[in-house]
Design a protein around this ligand. Sequence first.
Ligand SMILES: Cc1cc2nc3c(=O)[nH]c(=O)nc-3n(C[C@H](O)[C@H](O)[C@H](O)COP(=O)(O)OP(=O)(O)OC[C@H]3O[C@@H](n4cnc5c(N)ncnc54)[C@H](O)[C@@H]3O)c2cc1C
Ligand code: FES
Length: 313
Amino acid sequence: MSQRENNNNKSKKMDQTPIQTEVQVQVEEQSQCTCSDSHNHNHQGNALIPVCAKIIKIVQETSDVKTFYISTLDDKKPFDPQPGQLGMLSFGQYGEAMFSVTNKGENHIEMAIKAVGELTFALHEAEVGQLVGIRGPYGNGFPLEYCKGKDILIIGGGIGLAPVRSLVMHCLKNRADYGKLTILYGARSKDDLCFKEDLFTNWRDLSNTDLFVTIDKAEEGWDGHVGFVPSYVEELAFKPQVAVVCGPPVMIKFTLPTLQKLGFPDKDIITTLEMRMKCGIGKCGRCNIGSKYVCLDGPVFTMEQMKELPPEY
Ligand SMILES: Cc1cc2nc3c(=O)[nH]c(=O)nc-3n(C[C@H](O)[C@H](O)[C@H](O)COP(=O)(O)OP(=O)(O)OC[C@H]3O[C@@H](n4cnc5c(N)ncnc54)[C@H](O)[C@@H]3O)c2cc1C
Ligand code: FES
């Protein structure tokens, strides 16, 4: 069977999806293109045209965060991201936005998405089998070579666990390459904790790995730590090692100075910057901070690099 026929058949199966918008139909028509390769590439060499993909699994993480597992129409990984890299995801007529890739499998990538606006609310209504567009990978990713052989402290807050989870998964898959992993994660409440299966099952009792979980305020049914992430970091008085921090701006604002206070050198404090993005390839000028483009030079920056950025950042 030719690639085209194969794609047509797969597209017909997609017709059974409950909601099919006009733009999804357009995306579907793109999937019937005549290119001989699989759809694991951008059409006509245009980096801004998304690859046709489908949602193959959805996991409800919290009331407003869902993880979407995404494969191409011919059951491949849409691209092969390094930990910390990003993908631009589009859905129907709702536009597109940049999301961190939280994990990758043999034939799919995963994105954890919080419902905050039109696109993400629409995605939260989507069902398995529905079509999306995806392009990437974008961004620099975490400095894996630099981290090799070192102990790593990974700090996440709320949906901010999504990008750093890709680093945790990478380190766990390549355990011998890295030193001790310490994961500290906080959310507003027990229900707001993302990736509960990792936190309460998969990452428990791993050798050479410590896990600390906190919630902002005490609540019934929670006998773990209570308090904000930055104060927990200070309380635990971690010894300097490479620290990777990702979370809401207020958490980052107070966590970075806490790490400096504990003696972490600026070059070993790593975080991600979230700027609105449009192209993802350094063309539109939407994401620049001074001379740096977050989509190309970031989103991962060290504290040392951030000090070189204009003062508002
Ligand atoms: C490098 C990078 C990585 C990202 N990774 C993820 C991720 O892993 N998971 C995830 O859910 N989202 C992530 N985002 C945010 C995502 O790209 C969208 O901005 C967000 O989901 C809003 O999409 P929307 O169109 O539904 O909301 P919109 O309708 O555009 O906005 C709805 C509301 O959310 C606020 N808002 C929108 N975008 C942002 C933002 N970037 N920062 C702060 N407030 C915002 C707006 O002010 C508005 O109040 C990332 C963004 C960047 C730049
Ligand atoms: S998103 Fe266009 S330049 Fe970065």
